[in-house]
Design a binder for this molecule. Structure first.
Ligand code: IPD
Length: 278
C-alpha cells in the first residue's frame, strides 16, 4: 500500500474525514445533560463515557462497513484484526476529561496505518484526520501529501530561541508518572515563553502543525493519541520523535519545527523525560 501513491491515500483520508465528522456530530449533538463516567481505566481519573463508546461503535461501523478487510485499533477496546495490511487507529474522543466537563477542546482522531500500529518501528501512518466538532475544525494529512486545516495548507513554526517557545504538554493519569512529569515541566518552565496544558494530545499535535504552539512534549501517549496528529505535525514540517534519536511513542513524544526541536532536545538532557523517574 505504501507504494500505491497519493490517490489511494486521499481515498483513505476521505473515509477517515467522513467517519470523524459523523462521530463528532454524534458526541456534540447527543451528549446527555447528565453525562457521567461509564467506567475507569488506568486510574480513577482515566474515564470513559457512554459517548466514547457510542462514537467508537459508529466510527467502527462506518470504516469497516466500507473496508471490511481492514483492522481497527480503538481506544475503547473496539479492536478488530483485519486481513489487509491496513489498520484504522481510532480515538473516539481525545480529550475525554474536557468532554466530561464541557470544555470545548476535544476531538475525534482517526488514522490509517500499514503494519502494526503498536510497534513504533513497524508501521507507517498513511493518512490521518483530527476533527474538533465544537470549533468545526478538521486537520488532515496524507503521507507525503502535506498537512491541511479545513482544506488550506498549514506549516509549523520554527525558531532558534528557546525563551520564545510556547510549549504544549500533557500529563498521564497515574500519580507516580505525574510526579516526574511535574519535575520535567518545572525545569522547562523558566526557560520557555510559557506552557499550555489543553487536554487533548491529538489537538496539541495539530496546534504544532498550524503554529498555534511552537512545540509539544508528552510521555505516555498511546497509538490512538499519536497516529493522526503525529502525521499531521510531520507533514506540516515538524520533527516528531522521542528523546534524542528514539522514535516517537509511549516513552516520549517531542514535536516541533527542526530548530526548536533541537533546542528542546538539548533542554531535556539529564531530565529523563522518557521515564517515570527513579
Ligand atoms: C488523553 C489526552 C490528554 C493526554 C493524555 C491522553 P484521552 O487522551 O490526549 O491530553 O495528556 O495523555 O491519554 O484519555 O482524553 O483519550
Amino acid at each position: 500500500m505504501s507504494g500505491a501513491g497519493h490517490r489511494s491515500y486521499d481515498e483513505l483520508l476521505a473515509l477517515a474525514v467522513r467517519a470523524a465528522r459523523a462521530g463528532g456530530d454524534l458526541i456534540r449533538d447527543e451528549r446527555p445533560a447528565d453525562l457521567g463516567v461509564a467506567l475507569t481505566k488506568s486510574s480513577p481519573t482515566d474515564v470513559v463515557t457512554v459517548m466514547d463508546q457510542a462514537c467508537e461503535r459508529l466510527v467502527h461501523d462506518l470504516l469497516l462497513g466500507e473496508r471490511p478487510v481492514d483492522g481497527m485499533l480503538g481506544e475503547e477496546g473496539g479492536t478488530v484484526a483485519g486481513t489487509s495490511d491496513l489498520t484504522w487507529v481510532v480515538d473516539p474522543i481525545d480529550g475525554t476529561v474536557n468532554y466530561l466537563y464541557g470544555i470545548p477542546q476535544y476531538a475525534v482522531s482517526i488514522a490509517v496505518v500499514s503494519g502494526d500500529p503498536t510497534d513504533d518501528a513497524g508501521h507507517e501512518v498513511l493518512a490521518g484526520c483530527v476533527h474538533n466538532p465544537i470549533s468545526g475544525q478538521t486537520w488532515t494529512a496524507t503521507l507525503g501529501g502535506g498537512a491541511y486545516l479545513d482544506g488550506a495548507p498549514i506549516g509549523c513554526s520554527d525558531g532558534a530561541d528557546l525563551s520564545q517557545v510556547l510549549l504544549a504538554t500533557g500529563f498521564g493519569y497515574q500519580a507516580s508518572r505525574r510526579t516526574h512529569q511535574a519535575q520535567v515541566v518545572s525545569a522547562l518552565l523558566p526557560r520557555v515563553r510559557d506552557i499550555r496544558r489543553m487536554g487533548s494530545g491529538a489537538l496539541d499535535l495539530c496546534q504544532v502543525a498550524c503554529g498555534r504552539v511552537d512545540a509539544y512534549l508528552e510521555r505516555g501517549l498511546h497509538p490512538w493519541d499519536l497516529a493522526a496528529g503525529g502525521l499531521i505535525a510531520r507533514e506540516a514540517g515538524a520533527l516528531v520523535t522521542g528523546l534524542g534519536k528514539a522514535l516517537a511513542g509511549f516513552e516520549l513524544v517531542v514535536a516541533a519545527g527542526p530548530a526548536t526541536h533541537a533546542l528542546l532536545q538539548d533542554a531535556l538532557q539529564g531530565l529523563a523525560p522518557d521515564t517515570d523517574g527513579s
